[in-house]
Design a protein around this ligand. Sequence first.
Ligand code: FPP
Length: 237
Amino acid sequence: MAAEKEKNIPQLDDKLKHIAFIMDGNGRWAQRRGMPRMAGHRAGAKTFQTLSHYCADVGLKIMTVYAFSTENWKRPAAEVNALMELMDYYLDNSERLMRKRSIRFRFIGDTTALPEKLQRKIADLEDSTKNNDMILNIALNYGARAEITRAYRVLRERGIENPTEQDVSDAMYTGGFADPDLIVRTGGDLRISNFLLWQAAYSELYFTDKLWPELTTDDIDEIIREFYTRKRRFGDV
Ligand code: FPP
């Protein structure tokens, strides 16, 4: 579907199939406005919707977002519960919120630790969207070290004793899908925070001081334009 505004960005090709986002800064966005942190997460969820629509519109093949990490359980119970409620609301309404976009939902992370109601909705949504186009990976209770540790078990279950790099890739939650070409982090911190450590081997990194709820479709255009100026050598000259 065509984007509503005139796009002034390169036509996406195989160079940019997959963008992953570390959606940081919701809490600070709210605090700066004298609002509770949860208001920042709600604003962040709106930004997530807008930007996932936009990424589908510009023809991105895969978008991955870091929605809840294995470390986020350390937050106050009220914030964790409210985040789970927000996810729940979002899943209930995702078909309406995503309107006509053909988005295929996948959840990466240990979803077995999530509230059962949420697990059922996740399974239903993955099933009902499985033939759609843009893959939207939502990392929920995700940590890259936990994912790599789990990959050992997956490989053992598959009877693979001397895995190749491809075997290890296939044992990740993202097995069978392209690695991120670009990882974008909002919120000003210059780190990866246990996100896609295996898959990020050759990813380009983009950091911005903007807080996640402030990120706009124009910023996505600028990020895409900037990405296309980079030379990726993958270790070659
Ligand atoms: C980090 O900001 C953000 C999170 C831990 C939650 C991300 C959740 C959303 C964007 C909304 C829900 C998403 C979906 C998929 C419906 P922070 O709280 O660490 O911000 P801070 O660094 O300013 O405190």
